[in-house]
Every structure is written in C-alpha cells, then in structure tokens.
Design a binder for this molecule. Structure first.
Ligand code: PLP
Length: 444
C-alpha cells in the first residue's frame, strides 16, 4: 500500500515535471508513455507492476543480443563509403562465409528475413515458373504466399505441421516431373512455428538421384548459426537467412548465400527487380560497398557476433544448441505435455513447440508468465494459435538461462492450473548436470 502510494505520487510528480518541460504536451500523454513496457506504473499506482532484473526473451527470435554485440553497435555512425567501413564489411562477409560453410557469394540486405525470401525468388525465377514446396508450417506458408504474389505457380505438398519435409514425397513429385518443369525446390530448414528441422542433405541427394536440375532454395532463418547448415556440401543454391536468431543480432540484416548455378539463373530470370537485385549488390560488396545506405551499426555488431561464433567454434555452438534442445524436450516430457514435432530425428534444437492440454489456453499461459515472471514465450501461429506455446533456446544462451526459462514455464503451468506432472525442470537439470554429487555427501 505504502509502495503503491509512493509510486502514484512519484508518477504524478514526474508527469507534472515532464509536461512542464514541453517534452510531453499533457500529463496524460506522459502517463501513457511510462505505462508502456515492463515499467508500467499507473497514475494511481494501484496497478503498479515494477519488473526488476533481466527480462527473459525466450521467443524463437529475435533472440537475446550479447552485451559484447550491443557494445559493438553502440559507436558513432561512420561514412559507409569510407575505407574503414569497407574493411569491416569485407571482414564480416568473410566470417559469414565460414558460418554458412560456403566459398560462394553472400548478399546482405538491410531487411528482415522476408526480404531475403523475396530476393531469392525475384533473382532466380520468372513469372509463371513452377516450383515445388513442402508445407512444414506457418513459415513455409508465408514463403509460398510471397512466391504466388510474384506469379509463381507453387505445387505445395501438404504436410501435417508435425514433421519436417518428407523426402520421399518430394522425390516422388520430382520423379513425376519428367520434363523438368520445376525450376526450384523450396524448403524451410528449421520450421520455427512447429520446432521441426528438415533433412536438407537428404532432399539434395534425392534431387541428384533423379538428376533434377531445379535450384534448391533453403530458408535457414532459424537454423543458421545454431543448427548445422552446410551450404556447399549440401549443394544449396540459395539460402535465405536473417540477423535476429542464431546470429545474435537485432533484426535488420537479411542474407542470401548464392551458388554459381543460382548466379547463372539470375542472368536469365525475368522477374522485375531493383532493390533486391543481386548483381550490383554483389559487385559492390566485393570491395566493401553497397548500392544504397547499409545498416551501418548493425554491421558493426554483425562482425562482433560472427567473431563470437567462430571463437566458440561452430561444432561447439551446434552441440550447445543440441544439449539445450534435449534438456527442453526432457522438461516437456517430464511435465507430461505433448511436443508438436512427432519425429525425434527432426526435433529442432532452436525452438520447442508445446501443446497445452485441450481446454487450456496457451495464450493465457504465456500472458500469465509474462505478467508474473517477465518472460516472453513464442505464440502458436496460424492454425496452432492458442493451442501451442514455443520456447526459444537459441543464440546467446547458456545452461542457467535455460534453467530459468524452464522454471518460468513450470511456475506458469502451476499458476494457471494447466494440468501437468511435477518434475519437468528436474528432468532437464538431470540432463544438464549429469552425475550429480549425492545429496548425503554434499551436506557433510
Ligand atoms: N523464415 C523463418 C523460418 C522464420 O522463423 C521467420 C521469422 O521468424 C521468417 C522466415 C521471416 O523472417 P522475418 O520475420 O525476419 O521477416
């Protein structure tokens, strides 16, 4: 009571001071501004919610940005046509090649991942071209929508949203395509809406078995930098990715990794393009420049984030994600809840999507966890809305962050009366800290 009265007095005082300062035209405008976000203090103070400590951002991207990357971004903007910036761009693209596992070209755009989807399409295809896609979930649907908006005819193999792309079905569709109508096979590597990872190397092998000349285009938005992705070895022609997930950056950079075959396709593709055109961008970025103003400060952070990934070593990064994926799934099993992904060999190591029991709203659970424990979890998307919540465990992340995340989920389940078994968190801890010292010997 004392606290809320003090908060009320403080907010009224501040409101008067700020409206007098001219920054806010009215007292109520100031109150609206301070009432947004985790530091919500109402004018009366009665509904005061003051969050202390760190917010847990456990959505599957944007992911947490390391302080080291934030500090790299936090420096004065520089001339993007100067030599210093050109060096930073060239160094970053070189490191990016190591992360993507390619010797080929990388196009970097000031955009979100959706921009890179569009760039992949407009650079390689012509209106009315046919492509083959697999319905892995919400993000494959959205990519399909982008293609159709450009007049591409998409053969969309229906999926259950509970597995990755089924290789045998893709192979069957390709083998029916005797006169090679399909210009591209387009697959989401890690389907962020369901927590499934498709077997890209198997899809490539199927295409090669049939000598099918289609381009292989892969969305690696929520896998790159977290789950093994081997661009050259898997002979991917166009990779789509973005900055805000495994690359541990804020949103705002989008990427295509491009094979020689895709570059050749770009020469004959008839889709109109300007901003997304690879040709001028690749030409200029070889010397560290861009045809337009790039996201200068994000690129400072990009160089730092790539350095962090390479310092840790990609195999270690992938092992860390695998461990956290396994521990999260152990917790879900421990709670007796159901994973969306039904195929153990396709479990995602960056995101786990979990059904709430029928009759229990996943959105209400997420809302309670946010309000009480200041943790954001991912929502169920489109047909999974309100049925599923998603735990992001990717990017800048460690054992204790995962333990905190799982404790937050378990407390939320209790709080909201969602039926579950006790012991999910313990199951995860057993996996994270194997061979614990027996309690008896610890207390001696
Ligand atoms: N592809 C996948 C697999 C994604 O998870 C997302 C976003 O979460 C996108 C594409 C779209 O990227 P963006 O939201 O950055 O445009």
């Amino acid at each position: 009571m004392l606290l809320s009265t003090t908060a009320a007095r403080c907010s009224m005082l501040c409101a008067r001071r700020y409206s007098a300062s001219g920054l806010f035209s009215t007292q109520s405008e100031f109150i609206k501004v301070i009432s947004v976000g985790p530091f919500a203090i109402s004018a009366t103070g009665l509904e005061a919610t003051v969050h202390t400590g760190r917010h847990f951002l456990q959505i599957p991207g944007p992911s947490n940005v390391p302080d080291r990357v934030l500090r790299a971004i936090d420096r004065p903007v520089m001339d993007h046509r100067g030599a210093e910036f050109a060096t930073i761009v060239k160094e970053s693209l070189e490191s990016m090649r190591a992360v993507v596992q390619t010797r080929g070209s990388i196009a970097m755009f000031p955009a979100s991942g959706s921009g890179a989807w569009e760039a992949a399409i407009v650079n390689t295809l012509s209106p009315n071209d046919r492509v083959l896609m697999y319905e892995t979930g919400h993000f494959s649907r959205l990519w399909r929508q982008v293609a159709e908006r450009f007049g591409i005819r998409v053969d969309y193999l229906p999926g259950t949203w509970r597995t990755g792309a089924v290789v045998a079905e893709i192979e069957a569709a390709l083998s029916d395509d005797k006169d090679h109508q399909y210009k591209a096979v387009m697959v989401v590597h890690n389907e962020t809406s369901t927590g499934t990872t498709s077997k890209i190397s198997e899809i490539r092998k199927a295409m090669n078995r049939l000598h099918h000349p289609a381009l292989l285009m892969v969305d690696a938005v929520s896998s790159l930098g977290s789950i093994e992705y081997l661009h050259d070895e898997w002979e991917v022609d166009v990779m789509v990715s973005s900055s805000q997930k495994g690359l541990m950056l804020p949103p705002g950079l989008a990427f295509n990794a491009i094979s020689e075959k895709a570059l050749a396709a770009a020469k004959t593709a008839k889709m109109p393009r300007s901003y997304w055109d690879w040709r001028e961008l690749l030409e200029l970025s070889r010397s560290g420049f861009f045809p337009y103003t790039p996201s200068i400060n994000l690129i400072f952070g990009f160089r730092e984030a790539l350095q962090m990934l390479l310092e840790e070593g990609l195999p270690n990064v992938f092992r860390r994600h695998q461990r956290h994926g396994e521990a999260t799934r152990a917790a879900v099993r421990g709670w007796g809840l159901e994973l969306v992904c039904e195929e153990p060999s396709e479990y995602s190591n960056t995101v786990t999507a979990v059904y709430t029991p029928v009759g229990h709203s996943a959105d209400a659970l997420r809302a309670a966890i946010l309000a009480k424990f200041d943790m954001s979890l991912g929502a169920g998307l489109s047909k999974l809305a309100d049925k599923v919540f998603r735990i992001g465990h990717l990017g800048h992340f460690n054992d204790l962050m995962l333990a905190g995340t799982l404790v937050g989920v378990e407390m939320g389940l209790r709080l909201n009366g969602v039926p579950h078994r006790e012991g999910g968190v313990m199951a995860a801890l057993d996996l994270l800290a194997p061979n614990p010292t027996p309690v008896a010997s610890r207390v001696q």
